[in-house]
Write a protein that binds this ligand. Structure first.
Ligand SMILES: Cc1cc2nc3c(=O)[nH]c(=O)nc-3n(C[C@H](O)[C@H](O)[C@H](O)COP(=O)(O)OP(=O)(O)OC[C@H]3O[C@@H](n4cnc5c(N)ncnc54)[C@H](O)[C@@H]3O)c2cc1C
Length: 453
């Protein structure tokens, strides 16, 4: 059972007192056990704010199809609670320990984003501890509407969401998957555009849509449709591996819970790097450790201690540049971006996920255009650097191409823009106005400093 409304109010009072007592000389940071950020450069310094009392669902309102949730509740816990009522959040990011606060302040996406937009677009109100120490309720229609609108993509630099009211939608017990194969990008993106605009795949409704590119002649779109019954269900939490299934099983069925976490077990395909996909190691690897947060910790340890980098050097291998990014490009530019990416960067597989804003008005700090259909490209690996190439050569190449194509880049990983370019892309004037209003003394870090420096 989650905390009562009164318990939550008590936790807020205690957190506020904790915040007031923190030294003002250094920027504040969240002290949390898990993170899905991909910046391992510097260990966290500065006083930590203990938010462990904010990790639960307060209640689900089945009739209204809403939930009251605390800001640091993980989607894993949130989904477990809502599925008991036959409901789910409108967008469930694929990694189990992503929290609602992280997905709202740092953006999130999933295969329902072509019809439901991004996670922050189904938030009705937020209780926020602001940088200047107030606790207030921000809604799209109250005196804190500007804070509400600027919160997505602010990465905890304006304040921390402590409680949110979110919309939910009904589910059916199973999801039927159809993997459609394409051997060229033009046909693949044209089909994706059509599936999103019609919401139909023949007789079937398109409830979910994403895709995987293995190389320029092998790509799949995966259409998910809710069903009440299933002739069988697959299980990709054991020996089988989900991302390999499109070529083997053109039609497939998963329980709704397994569908929502289909990418978590192998962190998309990234568990390969740890040997977790080798049949023998997989058998020995306890299933409770086949999870994205476990892999994230391993990578964090490796990066902080530079283990792989030292090993590469000792073996005489070229230095690697980590290229871990999610970018959005308008769908009509999809083939061009893919062609560029496969030619100049060459990481495969890539994840594709269409999205269209749900709200008719753009969100100031991540100004995607309402009505336009975008495709998110996710790629999470590294590339060998050739002699003379700068340490961020490929990342800068990608940033430049995304901008040239009218796209945007998420800020959860490394960011390489110079300051002026960054503020042009992420709406510096809007950010400065809200920062001045809610964190005038800069107790929380500035967005550019946090993401880039
Ligand atoms: C390999 C990889 C793949 C990814 N793929 C996807 C994907 O497909 N879909 C997707 O949606 N996302 C994806 N992400 C990104 C992920 O959603 C973001 O990193 C998200 O911000 C992480 O949320 P978290 O809850 O783990 O937050 P944390 O990592 O703990 O924090 C993220 C940021 O949000 C701030 N923050 C956290 N909680 C709050 C709060 N309550 N209020 C205000 N600010 C807060 C923190 O200060 C921090 O700056 C991916 C990340 C990786 C590394």
């Amino acid at each position: 059972m989650g905390p009562s409304v009164e318990d939550h109010a008590g936790a807020v009072r205690a957190l506020r007192a904790q915040y007031q007592a923190l030294p003002r000389s250094e920027p504040v940071r969240l002290a949390k056990h898990t993170s899905n950020l991909f910046r391992f450069g510097r260990p966290d310094t500065g006083p930590g704010l203990d938010v462990s009392a904010f990790d639960s669902v307060i209640y689900v309102d089945e009739t209204e199809r809403t939930a009251q949730v605390q800001g640091m509740v993980t989607y894993e816990r949130l989904v477990d609670e809502t599925l008991r009522f036959g409901l789910m959040p409108l967008v469930v990011p694929q990694l189990k320990t992503i929290t609602i606060g992280g997905a709202v302040a740092g953006l999130g996406i999933e295969s329902s984003s072509f019809r439901n937009g991004l996670p922050h677009e189904s938030v009705l109100e937020m209780e926020i501890l602001t940088g200047d120490g107030r606790v207030l309720v921000a809604r799209p229609d109250n005196e804190h509407a500007e804070l509400f609108r600027a919160f997505p993509n602010s990465y905890g630099t304006l304040g921390y969401a402590l409680r949110l009211t979110i919309e939910l939608e009904p589910v059916q017990p199973y999801v039927r998957l159809r993997h459609r194969r394409f051997d060229n990008a033009a046909a693949c993106f044209a089909a994706l555009d059509e599936l999103c605009s019609t919401g139909r795949d023949g007789d079937a409704r398109v409830d979910f849509l994403d895709g995987t590119v293995f190389h320029g002649r092998q790509m799949y779109l995966t259409i998910g449709t809710f069903t009440d019954t299933a002739p069988w269900t697959s299980d990709y939490t054991g020996q089988e591996i989900y991302y390999r299934s499109p070529s083997r099983r053109p039609i497939d069925y998963l329980t709704v819970r397994d569908y929502l976490w289909r990418w978590d077990t192998d962190w998309f395909w990234c568990s390969r790097a740890f040997g977790a996909q080798h049949p023998l190691i997989r058998r020995l690897w306890p299933s409770r450790y086949r999870r994205s947060d476990v892999y994230h910790r391993i990578v964090g340890f490796d990066r902080r201690h530079r283990l792989s980098a030292r090993l590469d050097k000792a073996r005489g291998r070229p230095p690697q540049e980590a290229v871990v990014q999610d970018v959005e490009v308008p769908v009509r530019q999809g083939p061009e971006f893919l062609d560029f990416f496969l030619g100049e960067v060459g990481i495969t597989p890539l994840w594709l996920c269409p999205l269209r804003l749900r709200d008719p008005v753009p969100w100031p700090l991540y100004p995607l255009k309402p009505d336009d259909l975008y495709v998110n490209f996710g790629f999470w690996s590294s590339v060998a650097r050739r002699p003379g190439q700068a340490a961020d050569f490929h990342n800068r190449l990608i940033e430049a191409r995304v901008d040239a194509l009218g796209g945007h880049k998420s800020l959860y990983s490394t960011v390489h823009y110079p300051r002026e370019e960054f503020w042009e892309l992420y709406n510096g004037p809007a950010y400065a106005a809200v920062k001045g209003e809610y964190d005038p003394d800069g107790r929380l870090p500035d967005l550019y400093d946090k993401c880039v420096r």
